[in-house]
Design a protein. Structure first.
Length: 634
């Protein structure tokens, strides 16, 4: 039996590939430095003539004759002929011109830098960080055949690589025995075609929630980018600290969704155990028992219990299984399992789902709503990352509901990394990814990219990340320059009494701004140039304070001034906690009660005349009364 796993360590050590080909045969191919992609394929036309024909027809052959940095996933002739037969074609002449171009572009990744060419040693555990020329992300997975003791590498789940790492002067070629197929059906249609999930698919239709899952592209952003970055060469930063560096703008803004889906069989078993009829109608009754009937029988009403039940399984971002928890290599391991959770808003109005790692050894594998005595809901490893044109779905191993989560959240600090507040960061593979198409370490992102972040034309917004070297919670940050004025929508938290803070790092590059929470000013303007040791803040290192009483006293003094040290659970590169870094601070922006569960807004407006200083956001946290009255160091 084959067990699907992601085993990069195996890939790196074995450098193996599909089928029974001996490893030495692969190594013997070596590097064809004198050839470019097109000339190599021409010299080996007995294997690649069919794909070459499409390259000639679309002008790509000429492109790949020039110097550049290309990763090419090339199907061999047998794969191409099988594809034509499956489509009812006699040859490539039966394909429309646009279909030919899209097909070829699907198989090629173009990068600006040579270090961004994807040899097998750089294959990630999920999506490649750079999309194909057709602006679609490519996924890599490995399959261990325990019977034959082989590691098989797959592209987009279904296309096996039979020859790895054929290096040419302008990139690398990986030969496949099956063409890449990009999903051309949107998420509701793909689910409908999967007979294992007929109940969930039926529910999507009957509740009309399928209409919520039909978007694909942010056309408004495309229009803005054509104006502010017409040549796609990037934008010059106005930040004084960045010496007029040019930062790339995102090439596209796809809109995707994720569905966490129970199979029909899982529903039947769970309903029987819970004492309900194991039928579709029984599922509706179960949903009413969890979410309350509240007299609304119309299941298309977003307040209806069955509508809420189904909507809770839907997320407004495309997330693969190993992407739910971001980059977990940089956290403070001693505190990781105890303290770390991600929170994502679902399409069920005013609800969150809590995501934790399975264990310290599987810190990138998610578990949903594991709290109290509940073991949580997990993604079925053998049935995950199923792609649609505008999203992904995962099978889950139990019924996912919101039941009990609000009560659990009243006992813990709810901390959101700033990037999780912006679905587009995850969907478009920006989160945790510094600029892969230019020389900078981030992106300048023009207006209209985000649905939850709005800023004026005078505001220059940048996402900055350095893969583990900045003193931030996930080593990345949101930055704002110019005469910035922006509003960030914050997710709903359960009604109750909270202290709301935002995390940042202070330094001389920062600026001075007025903050507003839900429209009300948060005291006097915040001067982010003041270091933590400034007399107005009063930070002192725990090591220097020595005794626990002295540490507690310093924390109280800072808190009375509206500040806190950075979290003890987060760290820089998994080493010392941010609490020990004098630039890492939390600033209290609100303390009071929320009478209802709803979203909130943080607005920030520069109060300086100069435009070269920056405002920075690392994370937002909501601390209920039970936490702030007995605040620890995390």
């Amino acid at each position: 039996m084959k067990h699907i796993v992601f085993l990069l360590s195996v890939l790196l050590s074995a450098m193996s590939f599909l089928s029974c080909t001996d490893i030495n045969e692969v190594e013997g191919l070596g590097t064809i430095q004198e050839d470019l992609v097109t000339s190599f394929l021409e010299k080996n036309s007995e294997e690649y003539s069919e794909f070459l024909e499409l390259m000639y027809a679309t002008g790509v052959a000429e492109l790949l004759t020039a110097y550049g940095n290309y990763t090419c996933f090339i199907p061999n002739n047998a794969a191409m002929r099988a594809y034509y037969a499956g489509q009812g074609f006699n040859s490539s002449s039966d394909m429309e011109a646009e279909a030919k171009r899209e097909f070829v572009y699907d198989h090629i990744v173009s990068a600006q830098n040579v270090e961004d060419v994807y040899t097998s040693s750089r294959f990630p555990q999920a999506r490649l960080e750079i999309p194909s020329m057709s602006n679609r992300f490519i996924t890599i997975s490995s399959v261990v055949d325990t019977i034959r003791d082989k590691v098989e590498i797959y592209v987009n789940e279904n296309s096996p690589i039979v020859i790895l790492d054929q290096k040419v002067h302008n990139g690398v070629i990986h030969t496949m025995s099956r063409v890449l197929t990009s999903a051309k059906i949107q998420l509701p249609g793909v689910l409908e075609a999967d007979e294992r999930f007929s109940w969930f698919s039926r529910a999507l239709k009957e509740t009309r929630l399928e209409n919520e899952l039909m978007a694909m592209n942010n056309d408004a952003y495309d229009s803005i980018r054509k104006i502010v970055d017409p040549n796609g060469t990037g934008i010059v930063s106005v930040a004084g600290s960045q010496n007029k560096t040019v930062y790339a703008t995102p090439r596209f803004c796809h809109i995707e969704f994720t569905a966490l889906v129970e199979s029909d069989e899982t529903y039947r078993k769970a309903l029987s155990v819970a004492g309900f009829e194991p039928t579709y109608e029984g599922l509706k009754q179960y949903a009413a028992s969890v979410y309350g009937n509240n007299g609304i029988d119309d299941i298309t009403d977003r307040r209806n219990s069955f509508n809420r039940f189904i909507a809770y399984h839907l997320l407004d971002r495309g997330v693969l299984r190993r992407e739910f928890l971001g980059d977990r290599s940089i956290y403070y391991v001693e505190k990781y399992i105890e303290t770390w959770s991600e929170y994502i808003e679902t399409l069920c109005p005013n609800t969150l789902v809590e995501i934790k790692p399975v264990s310290i050894n599987q810190r990138d594998i998610p578990v949903f709503n594991r709290f109290g005595t509940r073991k949580g809901i997990s993604i079925v490893a053998d049935y995950c990352d199923k792609r649609a044109e505008n999203g992904v779905y995962h099978e889950i191993d139990g019924i996912l509901t919101h039941e009990g989560l609000n009560d659990a959240l009243q006992t813990k600090r709810i901390r959101f990394d700033a990037t999780t507040l912006l679905p587009e960061m995850t969907t478009n593979k920006l989160r945790g990814n510094y600029d892969k198409s230019g020389a900078g370490q981030g992106y300048i992102i023009p207006q209209c990219y985000f649905k939850h972040l709005i800023y004026t034309p005078e505001t220059q917004m940048e996402y900055y990340g350095t893969k583990g070297t900045t003193t931030d919670m996930e080593c990345d940050e949101l930055l704002f320059f110019g005469k910035y004025d922006f509003s960030l929508r914050l997710p709903p938290v359960p009604a109750g009494t909270y202290e709301v803070r935002f995390g940042y790092t202070a330094n001389s590059r920062r600026g001075v701004a007025q903050l507003f929470f839900d429209g009300r000013p948060c005291g006097i303007p915040l001067d982010m140039t003041k270091s933590a040791t400034h007399a107005d803040i009063g930070w002192k290192s725990d090591a220097d304070l020595v005794t626990e009483d002295a540490i507690i006293e310093n924390d109280k003094m800072m808190h009375n001034r509206g500040f806190m040290k950075g979290p003890g659970a987060a760290s820089v590169n998994g080493a010392a906690p941010l609490r020990e870094y004098g630039g890492s601070l939390r600033y209290v922006i609100f303390k009071g009660s929320f009478s209802e569960t709803k979203s909130h807004t943080l607005r920030v407006k520069s109060v300086e005349d100069r435009v070269d200083r920056e405002f920075m956001i690392d994370y937002i946290e909501f601390a209920p009364r039970s936490i702030w009255e007995n605040e620890g160091k995390d």
